[in-house]
Design a protein around this ligand. Sequence first.
Ligand code: ZN
Ligand code: ZN
Ligand code: ZN
Length: 491
Amino acid sequence: MSDTDLYALDVDDPTALKRMLSDGFEDWSKQAASTGFCSRPVRLFGQASTFDRRSGQHLHTFDSRDLPDSVLYIRCGNRRSSRCPSCSHEYQGDMWHLLSAGVSGGDKGVPESVSTHPLVFLTLTAPSFGTVHSSTRPGAQPRPCTVNSAPGQCGHGRPRRCTEHHDVDDARVGQALCRDCYDYEGQTIWQWHCPELWRRYTIRLRRLVAAHLGMSEKASRDLLRVQFAKVGEYQKRGAIHLHALVRLDGAPTDEEPFPSPAVDVPASWLAERCLEAARDVEIDAAPVDAYDSARVLRFGRQVDARPVQRHTHEDGDVSPEMVAAYLAKYATKSAGDVATEGTPNRHLKQLRETCLELCGRALLDEGFSSPYALLGKWADALGFRGHFASKSRQFSTTLGTLRDARRKYHRDREQLETRGDLATVDDSLDAVEHTVVINEFRFVGQGWLTPGDAELARSAADAAREWKDARRAAPRPHEKGKNHGEALLHR
Ligand SMILES: [Zn+2]
Ligand SMILES: [Zn+2]
Ligand SMILES: [Zn+2]
Protein backbone atom coordinates (compact mmCIF):
# COMPACT_ATOMS: atom_id res chain seq x y z
CA MET A 1 0.00 0.00 0.00
CA SER A 2 1.62 3.27 -1.06
CA ASP A 3 1.42 6.56 0.82
CA THR A 4 -0.81 8.25 -1.71
CA ASP A 5 -3.37 5.41 -1.49
CA LEU A 6 -3.88 6.35 2.14
CA TYR A 7 -5.25 9.81 1.48
CA ALA A 8 -8.89 9.81 0.45
CA LEU A 9 -9.42 12.52 -2.10
CA ASP A 10 -12.52 13.92 -0.42
CA VAL A 11 -10.17 16.05 1.66
CA ASP A 12 -11.40 19.49 0.58
CA ASP A 13 -9.70 21.91 2.98
CA PRO A 14 -7.60 24.40 0.92
CA THR A 15 -4.64 23.90 3.28
CA ALA A 16 -4.82 20.16 2.60
CA LEU A 17 -4.61 20.77 -1.12
CA LYS A 18 -1.71 23.15 -0.59
CA ARG A 19 0.13 20.49 1.39
CA MET A 20 -0.52 17.80 -1.20
CA LEU A 21 0.83 20.01 -3.97
CA SER A 22 3.86 21.18 -1.98
CA ASP A 23 7.42 20.03 -2.78
CA GLY A 24 7.92 18.42 0.61
CA PHE A 25 4.69 16.42 0.56
CA GLU A 26 6.39 13.06 0.30
CA ASP A 27 8.66 13.81 3.27
CA TRP A 28 5.77 15.20 5.29
CA SER A 29 3.75 12.12 4.44
CA LYS A 30 6.56 9.84 5.67
CA GLN A 31 6.66 11.75 8.95
CA ALA A 32 2.91 11.58 9.35
CA ALA A 33 3.08 7.83 8.74
CA SER A 34 5.84 7.47 11.35
CA THR A 35 3.45 8.93 13.97
CA GLY A 36 0.86 6.36 12.87
CA PHE A 37 -1.23 9.37 11.64
CA CYS A 38 -1.67 10.51 15.22
CA SER A 39 -4.45 13.13 15.75
CA ARG A 40 -2.39 15.52 17.88
CA PRO A 41 1.32 14.77 17.49
CA VAL A 42 3.92 16.49 19.63
CA ARG A 43 6.19 18.85 17.65
CA LEU A 44 9.88 18.85 18.56
CA PHE A 45 12.70 21.07 17.35
CA GLY A 46 16.37 20.09 17.60
CA GLN A 47 19.00 17.50 16.67
CA ALA A 48 19.97 13.89 17.27
CA SER A 49 23.64 13.00 16.89
CA THR A 50 24.75 9.40 16.42
CA PHE A 51 28.17 8.24 17.64
CA ASP A 52 30.01 4.94 17.44
CA ARG A 53 29.93 3.52 20.97
CA ARG A 54 33.38 1.91 20.65
CA SER A 55 35.46 4.57 18.89
CA GLY A 56 33.47 7.68 19.89
CA GLN A 57 33.45 8.68 16.23
CA HIS A 58 30.62 11.03 15.17
CA LEU A 59 28.61 9.18 12.52
CA HIS A 60 25.82 11.59 11.55
CA THR A 61 23.43 14.25 12.81
CA PHE A 62 19.75 14.36 12.24
CA ASP A 63 18.39 17.95 12.28
CA SER A 64 14.69 18.79 12.47
CA ARG A 65 15.39 21.82 10.21
CA ASP A 66 15.89 19.39 7.33
CA LEU A 67 12.26 18.28 7.63
CA PRO A 68 9.35 19.98 5.77
CA ASP A 69 8.04 22.02 8.76
CA SER A 70 11.42 22.17 10.55
CA VAL A 71 9.94 20.03 13.31
CA LEU A 72 9.92 16.35 14.21
CA TYR A 73 6.44 14.92 14.81
CA ILE A 74 6.04 12.31 17.61
CA ARG A 75 2.91 10.31 18.54
CA CYS A 76 0.76 11.80 21.36
CA GLY A 77 0.36 8.34 22.93
CA ASN A 78 -3.14 9.07 24.31
CA ARG A 79 -5.00 5.82 25.01
CA ARG A 80 -8.48 7.37 24.78
CA SER A 81 -10.18 6.69 21.46
CA SER A 82 -12.06 10.01 21.68
CA ARG A 83 -8.71 11.87 21.79
CA CYS A 84 -6.60 9.99 19.27
CA PRO A 85 -7.99 7.00 17.35
CA SER A 86 -4.54 6.02 16.09
CA CYS A 87 -2.68 6.03 19.43
CA SER A 88 -5.67 4.41 21.15
CA HIS A 89 -5.69 1.69 18.49
CA GLU A 90 -2.01 1.04 19.08
CA TYR A 91 -2.50 0.96 22.86
CA GLN A 92 -5.37 -1.49 22.44
CA GLY A 93 -3.16 -3.75 20.35
CA ASP A 94 -0.40 -3.62 22.99
CA MET A 95 -2.90 -4.34 25.75
CA TRP A 96 -4.16 -7.32 23.79
CA HIS A 97 -0.64 -8.70 23.39
CA LEU A 98 0.06 -8.14 27.08
CA LEU A 99 -3.15 -9.82 28.24
CA SER A 100 -2.98 -12.60 25.71
CA ALA A 101 0.60 -13.41 26.75
CA GLY A 102 -0.56 -13.55 30.39
CA VAL A 103 -3.41 -15.91 29.47
CA SER A 104 -1.83 -18.30 26.99
CA GLY A 105 1.93 -17.68 27.30
CA GLY A 106 4.36 -18.64 24.53
CA ASP A 107 4.76 -14.98 23.56
CA LYS A 108 6.54 -11.78 24.69
CA GLY A 109 8.82 -13.58 27.13
CA VAL A 110 6.00 -15.35 28.99
CA PRO A 111 6.42 -19.17 28.88
CA GLU A 112 3.70 -21.38 27.45
CA SER A 113 3.45 -23.13 30.84
CA VAL A 114 1.31 -20.26 32.23
CA SER A 115 -1.53 -21.68 30.15
CA THR A 116 -1.72 -24.54 32.66
CA HIS A 117 -2.08 -22.26 35.71
CA PRO A 118 -5.57 -21.83 37.19
CA LEU A 119 -7.14 -18.74 35.58
CA VAL A 120 -10.41 -16.97 36.36
CA PHE A 121 -12.28 -14.23 34.51
CA LEU A 122 -13.79 -12.06 37.22
CA THR A 123 -16.36 -9.24 37.09
CA LEU A 124 -17.00 -7.11 40.17
CA THR A 125 -20.01 -4.80 39.87
CA ALA A 126 -21.18 -1.67 41.65
CA PRO A 127 -24.32 -2.08 43.81
CA SER A 128 -27.66 -0.60 42.73
CA PHE A 129 -28.28 3.07 43.51
CA GLY A 130 -31.79 3.17 42.07
CA THR A 131 -33.79 1.82 39.13
CA VAL A 132 -32.49 2.70 35.67
CA HIS A 133 -33.81 1.83 32.21
CA SER A 134 -32.12 -1.27 30.91
CA SER A 135 -31.72 -2.83 27.48
CA THR A 136 -32.11 -6.34 26.18
CA ARG A 137 -28.74 -7.85 25.33
CA PRO A 138 -28.15 -8.11 21.58
CA GLY A 139 -29.28 -11.52 20.41
CA ALA A 140 -31.24 -12.29 23.61
CA GLN A 141 -35.02 -12.71 23.92
CA PRO A 142 -36.54 -9.17 24.25
CA ARG A 143 -37.63 -8.50 27.82
CA PRO A 144 -39.35 -5.60 29.55
CA CYS A 145 -37.06 -2.87 30.88
CA THR A 146 -37.43 -3.05 34.66
CA VAL A 147 -39.07 -6.40 35.20
CA ASN A 148 -38.30 -6.77 38.92
CA SER A 149 -39.46 -3.35 40.13
CA ALA A 150 -42.55 -2.85 42.27
CA PRO A 151 -45.64 -1.50 40.48
CA GLY A 152 -47.16 1.92 41.22
CA GLN A 153 -45.59 5.33 41.57
CA CYS A 154 -42.75 6.75 43.64
CA GLY A 155 -43.16 9.62 46.10
CA HIS A 156 -42.51 12.03 43.20
CA GLY A 157 -45.46 10.70 41.22
CA ARG A 158 -43.34 8.86 38.64
CA PRO A 159 -43.85 5.19 37.64
CA ARG A 160 -41.53 2.77 39.44
CA ARG A 161 -41.56 0.35 36.54
CA CYS A 162 -41.04 0.54 32.77
CA THR A 163 -42.44 -2.25 30.60
CA GLU A 164 -40.95 -1.14 27.27
CA HIS A 165 -38.22 -3.01 25.42
CA HIS A 166 -35.10 -0.90 24.82
CA ASP A 167 -32.35 -1.54 22.29
CA VAL A 168 -28.79 -1.02 23.56
CA ASP A 169 -28.62 2.25 21.60
CA ASP A 170 -31.79 3.69 23.17
CA ALA A 171 -30.83 7.03 24.81
CA ARG A 172 -32.95 6.14 27.87
CA VAL A 173 -30.81 3.12 28.79
CA GLY A 174 -28.86 3.85 31.97
CA GLN A 175 -31.07 6.83 32.87
CA ALA A 176 -32.82 6.80 36.27
CA LEU A 177 -36.60 6.22 36.22
CA CYS A 178 -36.79 8.99 38.82
CA ARG A 179 -33.81 11.29 39.24
CA ASP A 180 -35.20 12.49 42.57
CA CYS A 181 -35.23 8.95 43.96
CA TYR A 182 -31.82 7.93 42.54
CA ASP A 183 -28.98 7.92 45.08
CA TYR A 184 -26.47 10.07 43.16
CA GLU A 185 -24.48 10.79 46.32
CA GLY A 186 -24.27 7.12 47.21
CA GLN A 187 -22.96 6.18 43.74
CA THR A 188 -20.41 9.02 43.72
CA ILE A 189 -19.06 8.06 47.13
CA TRP A 190 -18.90 4.38 46.17
CA GLN A 191 -17.03 5.28 42.98
CA TRP A 192 -14.59 7.47 44.97
CA HIS A 193 -13.72 4.54 47.24
CA CYS A 194 -13.76 1.90 44.48
CA PRO A 195 -9.92 1.77 44.07
CA GLU A 196 -9.59 1.10 47.82
CA LEU A 197 -12.30 -1.55 47.61
CA TRP A 198 -10.26 -3.25 44.86
CA ARG A 199 -7.05 -3.01 46.91
CA ARG A 200 -8.75 -4.64 49.88
CA TYR A 201 -10.23 -7.25 47.55
CA THR A 202 -6.77 -8.36 46.35
CA ILE A 203 -5.52 -8.62 49.96
CA ARG A 204 -8.60 -10.56 51.03
CA LEU A 205 -8.30 -12.96 48.08
CA ARG A 206 -4.65 -13.72 48.87
CA ARG A 207 -5.55 -14.41 52.50
CA LEU A 208 -8.47 -16.66 51.56
CA VAL A 209 -6.36 -18.68 49.13
CA ALA A 210 -3.76 -19.27 51.88
CA ALA A 211 -6.38 -20.03 54.56
CA HIS A 212 -8.23 -22.58 52.41
CA LEU A 213 -4.94 -24.39 51.84
CA GLY A 214 -4.33 -24.45 55.60
CA MET A 215 -1.39 -22.04 55.45
CA SER A 216 -0.53 -18.71 56.94
CA GLU A 217 -0.36 -15.92 54.37
CA LYS A 218 3.35 -15.58 55.04
CA ALA A 219 4.04 -19.30 54.45
CA SER A 220 1.94 -19.25 51.27
CA ARG A 221 4.18 -16.58 49.75
CA ASP A 222 6.95 -19.15 49.29
CA LEU A 223 4.62 -21.37 47.26
CA LEU A 224 1.97 -19.21 45.61
CA ARG A 225 1.19 -15.82 44.13
CA VAL A 226 -2.13 -14.49 42.95
CA GLN A 227 -1.53 -12.40 39.80
CA PHE A 228 -4.04 -9.89 38.42
CA ALA A 229 -4.77 -7.84 35.33
CA LYS A 230 -7.72 -5.52 35.79
CA VAL A 231 -9.64 -2.96 33.73
CA GLY A 232 -12.47 -0.62 34.70
CA GLU A 233 -15.54 -0.29 32.49
CA TYR A 234 -18.24 2.36 32.79
CA GLN A 235 -21.80 1.07 32.72
CA LYS A 236 -24.46 3.18 31.02
CA ARG A 237 -25.55 4.35 34.50
CA GLY A 238 -22.04 5.77 35.00
CA ALA A 239 -20.99 3.21 37.61
CA ILE A 240 -17.67 1.40 37.23
CA HIS A 241 -17.46 -2.36 36.85
CA LEU A 242 -14.12 -4.07 37.28
CA HIS A 243 -13.14 -6.93 34.98
CA ALA A 244 -10.08 -8.90 35.93
CA LEU A 245 -8.04 -11.93 35.02
CA VAL A 246 -6.89 -13.72 38.17
CA ARG A 247 -4.13 -16.29 37.78
CA LEU A 248 -2.49 -18.54 40.36
CA ASP A 249 1.32 -18.82 40.01
CA GLY A 250 4.19 -20.10 42.09
CA ALA A 251 6.54 -17.65 43.85
CA PRO A 252 8.58 -15.91 41.11
CA THR A 253 12.38 -15.71 41.11
CA ASP A 254 14.78 -13.88 38.79
CA GLU A 255 15.48 -17.15 36.95
CA GLU A 256 11.85 -18.22 36.79
CA PRO A 257 9.49 -15.22 36.74
CA PHE A 258 6.36 -17.26 35.87
CA PRO A 259 6.59 -20.55 37.83
CA SER A 260 3.68 -22.96 38.21
CA PRO A 261 1.92 -22.93 41.60
CA ALA A 262 3.27 -25.47 44.09
CA VAL A 263 -0.24 -26.74 44.88
CA ASP A 264 -2.61 -28.49 42.51
CA VAL A 265 -5.99 -26.74 42.55
CA PRO A 266 -8.46 -26.35 39.66
CA ALA A 267 -9.56 -22.98 38.27
CA SER A 268 -13.05 -23.62 39.69
CA TRP A 269 -11.50 -23.65 43.18
CA LEU A 270 -9.90 -20.27 42.51
CA ALA A 271 -13.24 -18.97 41.17
CA GLU A 272 -14.90 -19.96 44.48
CA ARG A 273 -12.30 -17.97 46.43
CA CYS A 274 -12.85 -14.98 44.11
CA LEU A 275 -16.59 -15.01 44.90
CA GLU A 276 -15.95 -15.42 48.62
CA ALA A 277 -13.57 -12.45 48.71
CA ALA A 278 -16.16 -10.29 46.90
CA ARG A 279 -18.72 -11.09 49.60
CA ASP A 280 -16.26 -10.28 52.39
CA VAL A 281 -14.73 -6.91 51.57
CA GLU A 282 -16.23 -3.68 52.77
CA ILE A 283 -15.24 -0.12 53.61
CA ASP A 284 -16.63 2.21 56.26
CA ALA A 285 -16.85 5.45 54.29
CA ALA A 286 -16.68 8.67 56.27
CA PRO A 287 -19.65 11.07 56.00
CA VAL A 288 -19.24 14.03 53.63
CA ASP A 289 -20.13 16.61 56.29
CA ALA A 290 -22.02 17.03 59.57
CA TYR A 291 -25.36 16.57 57.74
CA ASP A 292 -24.33 13.27 56.16
CA SER A 293 -24.04 9.81 57.73
CA ALA A 294 -21.38 7.10 57.34
CA ARG A 295 -21.89 4.37 54.73
CA VAL A 296 -20.71 0.78 54.46
CA LEU A 297 -19.52 0.20 50.89
CA ARG A 298 -19.41 -3.18 49.14
CA PHE A 299 -19.37 -4.64 45.66
CA GLY A 300 -22.72 -5.35 44.01
CA ARG A 301 -24.35 -8.75 44.27
CA GLN A 302 -23.87 -9.58 40.58
CA VAL A 303 -20.32 -10.84 40.97
CA ASP A 304 -19.19 -13.26 38.30
CA ALA A 305 -16.11 -15.52 38.44
CA ARG A 306 -15.59 -18.00 35.60
CA PRO A 307 -12.77 -20.46 35.10
CA VAL A 308 -11.09 -19.82 31.74
CA GLN A 309 -10.60 -23.18 30.01
CA ARG A 310 -7.65 -22.85 27.68
CA HIS A 311 -7.29 -26.30 26.20
CA THR A 312 -10.77 -27.75 26.03
CA HIS A 313 -12.96 -24.89 24.82
CA GLU A 314 -15.34 -25.46 21.92
CA ASP A 315 -17.17 -23.05 19.61
CA GLY A 316 -19.40 -20.79 21.66
CA ASP A 317 -17.26 -20.96 24.83
CA VAL A 318 -15.44 -17.90 26.06
CA SER A 319 -11.95 -18.46 24.70
CA PRO A 320 -8.77 -16.97 26.18
CA GLU A 321 -8.40 -14.78 23.08
CA MET A 322 -11.89 -13.36 23.52
CA VAL A 323 -11.24 -12.61 27.19
CA ALA A 324 -8.04 -10.75 26.28
CA ALA A 325 -9.78 -8.86 23.46
CA TYR A 326 -12.67 -7.89 25.72
CA LEU A 327 -10.40 -6.48 28.42
CA ALA A 328 -8.14 -4.68 25.94
CA LYS A 329 -11.14 -2.98 24.38
CA TYR A 330 -12.39 -1.62 27.70
CA ALA A 331 -8.95 -0.35 28.60
CA THR A 332 -9.37 2.40 25.97
CA LYS A 333 -12.82 3.52 27.12
CA SER A 334 -13.26 6.32 29.64
CA ALA A 335 -15.92 8.53 31.18
CA GLY A 336 -15.38 11.08 28.43
CA ASP A 337 -16.06 8.47 25.78
CA VAL A 338 -19.20 7.29 27.56
CA ALA A 339 -20.55 10.79 28.16
CA THR A 340 -20.07 12.05 24.62
CA GLU A 341 -21.78 9.07 23.00
CA GLY A 342 -25.18 10.01 21.57
CA THR A 343 -27.35 12.75 23.00
CA PRO A 344 -26.44 14.88 26.05
CA ASN A 345 -26.97 12.56 28.97
CA ARG A 346 -28.80 14.14 31.94
CA HIS A 347 -28.01 11.26 34.26
CA LEU A 348 -24.24 11.43 33.71
CA LYS A 349 -24.42 15.21 33.93
CA GLN A 350 -26.04 14.93 37.32
CA LEU A 351 -23.36 12.50 38.49
CA ARG A 352 -20.71 14.99 37.44
CA GLU A 353 -22.49 17.80 39.30
CA THR A 354 -22.78 15.59 42.38
CA CYS A 355 -18.98 15.20 42.42
CA LEU A 356 -18.56 18.99 42.43
CA GLU A 357 -21.26 19.50 45.03
CA LEU A 358 -19.90 16.88 47.45
CA CYS A 359 -16.41 18.32 47.04
CA GLY A 360 -17.71 21.79 47.90
CA ARG A 361 -19.56 20.51 50.97
CA ALA A 362 -16.48 18.57 52.15
CA LEU A 363 -14.26 21.64 51.77
CA LEU A 364 -16.69 23.83 53.69
CA ASP A 365 -16.88 21.31 56.50
CA GLU A 366 -13.31 20.06 56.98
CA GLY A 367 -11.26 21.80 54.32
CA PHE A 368 -8.49 19.87 52.61
CA SER A 369 -8.32 17.27 55.39
CA SER A 370 -11.64 15.81 54.20
CA PRO A 371 -11.33 12.51 52.29
CA TYR A 372 -13.60 14.06 49.62
CA ALA A 373 -11.66 17.33 49.19
CA LEU A 374 -10.30 16.30 45.78
CA LEU A 375 -13.52 14.78 44.43
CA GLY A 376 -14.11 17.77 42.15
CA LYS A 377 -10.89 17.03 40.31
CA TRP A 378 -12.33 13.68 39.23
CA ALA A 379 -15.77 15.00 38.25
CA ASP A 380 -15.19 14.12 34.57
CA ALA A 381 -14.36 10.56 35.59
CA LEU A 382 -17.60 10.54 37.66
CA GLY A 383 -15.58 10.21 40.86
CA PHE A 384 -13.40 7.27 39.79
CA ARG A 385 -9.75 8.12 40.49
CA GLY A 386 -8.26 4.66 39.95
CA HIS A 387 -6.34 3.28 36.99
CA PHE A 388 -8.50 2.11 34.13
CA ALA A 389 -6.06 -0.68 33.47
CA SER A 390 -3.58 -2.14 35.92
CA LYS A 391 -1.84 -5.41 36.61
CA SER A 392 0.34 -7.04 39.20
CA ARG A 393 4.00 -6.97 38.21
CA GLN A 394 4.28 -10.63 37.32
CA PHE A 395 1.05 -11.03 35.33
CA SER A 396 2.73 -10.63 31.95
CA THR A 397 5.22 -8.47 30.10
CA THR A 398 4.81 -4.67 30.43
CA LEU A 399 3.52 -2.04 28.02
CA GLY A 400 6.93 -0.35 28.32
CA THR A 401 8.72 -3.49 27.11
CA LEU A 402 6.35 -3.80 24.14
CA ARG A 403 6.87 -0.10 23.23
CA ASP A 404 10.65 -0.34 23.54
CA ALA A 405 10.68 -3.41 21.32
CA ARG A 406 8.57 -1.65 18.69
CA ARG A 407 10.70 1.50 18.82
CA LYS A 408 13.87 -0.54 18.44
CA TYR A 409 12.39 -2.46 15.52
CA HIS A 410 11.43 0.77 13.70
CA ARG A 411 14.76 2.43 14.48
CA ASP A 412 16.79 -0.55 13.29
CA ARG A 413 14.73 -0.83 10.13
CA GLU A 414 15.03 2.88 9.44
CA GLN A 415 18.79 2.85 9.93
CA LEU A 416 19.16 -0.19 7.74
CA GLU A 417 17.01 1.34 5.02
CA THR A 418 19.03 4.55 5.17
CA ARG A 419 22.15 2.52 4.53
CA GLY A 420 20.49 0.64 1.70
CA ASP A 421 22.45 -2.41 2.73
CA LEU A 422 19.82 -5.01 3.47
CA ALA A 423 21.99 -7.81 2.07
CA THR A 424 24.17 -7.74 5.16
CA VAL A 425 21.39 -7.49 7.71
CA ASP A 426 23.27 -9.31 10.47
CA ASP A 427 26.32 -7.06 10.28
CA SER A 428 24.17 -3.97 10.10
CA LEU A 429 22.11 -4.97 13.12
CA ASP A 430 25.37 -5.42 14.96
CA ALA A 431 26.40 -1.90 13.90
CA VAL A 432 23.09 -0.48 15.15
CA GLU A 433 23.75 -2.10 18.53
CA HIS A 434 27.08 -0.31 18.74
CA THR A 435 25.84 3.24 18.24
CA VAL A 436 24.71 5.77 20.78
CA VAL A 437 22.29 8.60 19.98
CA ILE A 438 22.35 11.95 21.80
CA ASN A 439 18.98 13.73 21.53
CA GLU A 440 18.71 17.50 21.96
CA PHE A 441 15.08 18.36 21.30
CA ARG A 442 12.72 20.91 22.74
CA PHE A 443 8.93 20.89 22.76
CA VAL A 444 7.43 23.53 20.47
CA GLY A 445 3.76 22.54 20.40
CA GLN A 446 1.14 19.86 19.86
CA GLY A 447 -1.10 19.10 16.90
CA TRP A 448 -0.81 19.44 13.12
CA LEU A 449 0.04 22.89 11.80
CA THR A 450 -3.09 23.41 9.69
CA PRO A 451 -6.65 22.02 9.60
CA GLY A 452 -5.74 20.53 6.22
CA ASP A 453 -2.78 18.58 7.66
CA ALA A 454 -5.02 17.32 10.47
CA GLU A 455 -7.63 16.21 7.94
CA LEU A 456 -5.03 14.44 5.81
CA ALA A 457 -3.71 12.60 8.86
CA ARG A 458 -7.23 11.64 9.94
CA SER A 459 -8.25 10.21 6.57
CA ALA A 460 -4.96 8.34 6.30
CA ALA A 461 -5.38 6.97 9.85
CA ASP A 462 -8.85 5.62 8.97
CA ALA A 463 -7.57 3.97 5.81
CA ALA A 464 -4.50 2.52 7.54
CA ARG A 465 -6.59 1.07 10.37
CA GLU A 466 -9.02 -0.59 7.98
CA TRP A 467 -6.14 -2.06 6.05
CA LYS A 468 -4.39 -3.34 9.21
CA ASP A 469 -7.60 -4.83 10.61
CA ALA A 470 -8.30 -6.61 7.35
CA ARG A 471 -4.79 -8.06 7.45
CA ARG A 472 -5.08 -9.05 11.12
CA ALA A 473 -8.49 -10.65 10.58
CA ALA A 474 -7.18 -12.89 7.79
CA PRO A 475 -6.21 -16.03 9.71
CA ARG A 476 -2.70 -17.33 9.37
CA PRO A 477 -2.94 -21.09 9.84
CA HIS A 478 -0.34 -21.43 12.60
CA GLU A 479 -1.88 -18.83 14.89
CA LYS A 480 -5.49 -18.79 13.85
CA GLY A 481 -6.91 -18.15 17.32
CA LYS A 482 -4.68 -15.18 18.08
CA ASN A 483 -5.55 -13.32 14.92
CA HIS A 484 -9.18 -13.94 15.58
CA GLY A 485 -8.84 -12.37 19.01
CA GLU A 486 -6.98 -9.35 17.78
CA ALA A 487 -9.53 -8.78 15.02
CA LEU A 488 -12.29 -8.88 17.63
CA LEU A 489 -10.71 -5.90 19.35
CA HIS A 490 -11.27 -3.50 16.57
CA ARG A 491 -14.88 -4.15 15.77
ZN1 ZN B 1 -1.92 10.29 19.01
ZN1 ZN C 1 -37.34 1.63 30.37
ZN1 ZN D 1 -39.09 9.45 42.76
